[in-house]
Each structure stands twice: as structure tokens, then as C-alpha cells.
Design a protein around this ligand. Structure first.
Ligand code: PCA
Length: 159
């Protein structure tokens, strides 16, 4: 099992959340809402409007997302889906827990609001030179006012 922080299309209400819930490629359990303790630029880039957390700590905003525990099968699938290591790399990030949403029976695992934890995140150090100057978001929504709705038609053509 591994902890994964999702900040983009894998969040609840976003276009790829079904990968976290349909149990086809492995299992995930939502644990909590969380926010990165450090700031990062979260941008929407490429012709498919893909959200990217750029691995430039200290720039941008603290980024809101969701903490999951995932099994090895789903972690492997997500690495494939996120096109590791070309499109994203899987890095560790420190999070501040906001609201616990995990199973109530899991008293031992329960993380208090404000506590710190570490999780994997699909972020990137291999971005295009103009990406850091794109608009920085703190809470991604594919359907937001920006009008840059995510398109999954061809995930290999993100540049
Ligand atoms: N999927 C991953 C990284 C960005 C994306 O759209 C996520 O939601 O965290």
C-alpha cells in the first residue's frame, strides 16, 4: 500500500476520478482532503489542458487535493496512466491534512486535521520553458471559470 496525493483530474468530481473508484485496475481508499505544506505552481498546459504540478517548491500556491491509500496494482496502473517518467515523475510531497474522510473504523490510521503526512504525487520537473509563467491555481477544477476543460483524447500529445 502507498499514499498518493491527487490534485488534478483524479480528484472527486473530475474527469479521471473513476480510476480511483471502479476497482478495475486496483483499489484506492480516500483518506482525507489535504494541502501541500509547500507552495508549488499548478498550471494547466498543453493542447489537452492537462493539470501539472511543477516541481518548483516555493513558487505558486499551496495546492489542495485528496489523499488516498492505493494498492500496488493501482499504483502501477497510475504510473502507466500518468506516463512515468516522460510526462510526470512520481515524487514525495509533504501534506497538511485538512479533513479526515477515511473509514471510521480505522482509528489507528486516522490523521488529525493539521497533522503532517507524506504521499506520492504526480508532478513534473520536465516541463516546457513557458509553463512556470502560466496562471497558477490552488485548487484544480477542469470545469472552472478558466474554460480550459481537460481533454483526454490523446494524452501523448500534451506538449
Ligand atoms: N492526474 C494526477 C496528476 C494530474 C492529473 O490530472 C492527479 O490528479 O493528481
Amino acid at each position: 500500500m502507498a499514499q498518493v496525493f491527487v490534485y488534478g483530474t483524479l480528484k472527486r468530481g473530475q474527469p479521471n476520478n473513476f480510476y480511483m473508484t471502479d476497482n478495475k485496475n486496483g483499489h484506492a481508499q480516500l483518506l482525507a482532503t489535504a494541502v501541500t505544506t509547500q507552495m508549488f505552481p499548478l498550471v494547466i498546459a498543453g493542447r489537452n489542458n492537462i493539470p501539472f504540478l511543477l516541481n518548483i517548491p516555493g513558487r505558486g500556491h499551496v495546492v489542495h487535493g485528496e489523499l488516498y491509500t492505493v494498492d500496488e496494482a493501482l499504483l502501477k496502473f497510475l504510473d502507466y496512466f500518468e506516463d512515468i517518467p516522460d510526462m510526470y515523475q512520481r515524487n514525495l510531497v509533504t501534506l497538511t491534512v485538512k479533513e479526515w474522510l477515511g473509514p471510521p473504523a480505522d482509528e489507528e490510521e486516522k490523521l488529525a486535521p493539521g497533522s503532517l503526512t507524506q504521499a506520492f504525487v504526480y508532478s513534473t520537473t520536465t516541463y516546457q520553458p513557458d509553463w512556470p509563467s502560466l496562471t497558477h491555481y490552488d485548487n484544480y477544477d477542469s470545469y472552472g471559470d478558466h474554460g480550459l476543460m481537460y481533454s483526454s483524447s490523446d494524452i501523448t500529445q500534451h506538449n
